[in-house]
Design a binder for this molecule. Structure first.
Ligand SMILES: C[S@@+](CC[C@H](N)C(=O)[O-])C[C@H]1O[C@@H](n2cnc3c(N)ncnc32)[C@H](O)[C@@H]1O
Length: 234
């Protein structure tokens, strides 16, 4: 199996030390997938490790410089960053980007290599997004302090789809938004005890009738999809 390589470009690579230690991430790496970090500060051509600057036109905060990202990507990959997006998906994490959903996760999991750019402060000089990135992705309509948590969300969702990441290969095949459930959220699960404080597990799940259980689960899944405003796959 040839693994997927995910590179995260971040000013805070140490955030990912914890993430790498998580079971499914460690499993994915053991199975031949790769999660690397690159710190643009280590490649900046500016003195004192400078990576950002004040915005033209005024306003608060600092903006990540295009010349720094150019140099960082060029020295890390050995190619002009404008060309890099032909070799791998280069994704700017930004609140206003394409919303991450199951379809996009599936698309990214099918790639052989991804680069995720984490912004900080006011975000990226727009020329970074325009010229170096194939995609701009958001994990939701809210603003985080930086792209690191967004990158972890993307990595987590992508890595668990890859062969070898999950303990049981079926775990990801029938779950919320999967084709197996017609794109609906997953049905409810129950385990022992069968009764707790008078709250009973639905009788059908204890019946041993596999076809009835399958039908019951599918119906609950559809109900949840209808309540949630429909399925993302429909
Ligand atoms: C404080 S935010 C910048 C917000 C930017 N000034 C704006 O108003 O859109 C700093 C960085 O965090 C990341 N970020 C924040 N919220 C995000 C979200 N919802 N999805 C993806 N990345 C996000 C981006 O990389 C962004 O460049």
């Amino acid at each position: 199996m040839s693994g997927v390589q995910i590179d995260v470009v971040t000013l805070f690579p140490q955030w990912f030390d914890w993430f790498r230690g998580q079971r499914h991430v460690a499993n994915a790496e053991a199975a031949g997938h790769e999660l690397r970090t690159m710190n643009p500060r280590e490649h900046t051509p500016l003195s004192g490790g400078q990576v950002d600057d004040t915005p033209f036109g005024g306003g608060a905060g600092m903006v990540l410089r295009v010349d720094v990202m150019d140099q960082a990507l060029r020295s890390y990959y050995g190619v002009d960053p404008v060309e890099l997006q032909r070799e791998r998906r280069v994704i700017a994490l930004t609140p206003g980007g394409r919303m991450l959903d199951e379809a996009l996760v599936g698309e990214l999991a099918a790639e052989h290599a991804l680069t995720l750019l984490c912004g900080r402060y006011e975000g990226f000089d727009e020329r970074i997004v325009q010229h170096f990135c194939s995609d701009a992705v958001s994990i939701g309509r809210y603003v985080l302090a930086g792209g690191e948590l967004a990158a972890m969300v993307v990595c987590d969702a992508v890595l668990r789809k890859l062969p070898g990441a999950l303990g049981h290969p079926d775990s990801a095949s029938e779950e919320s938004f999967s084709p197996a459930l017609g794109g609906d959220p997953e049905y409810p699960h129950y385990t022992r005890p069968a009764v707790h404080r008078g709250w009973k597990v639905p009788e059908v799940l204890l019946s041993g009738h596999h076809e009835e259980i399958r039908r019951w689960r599918r119906a609950r899944s559809r109900e949840r999809g209808a309540v949630g405003g429909g399925s993302p796959l429909s």
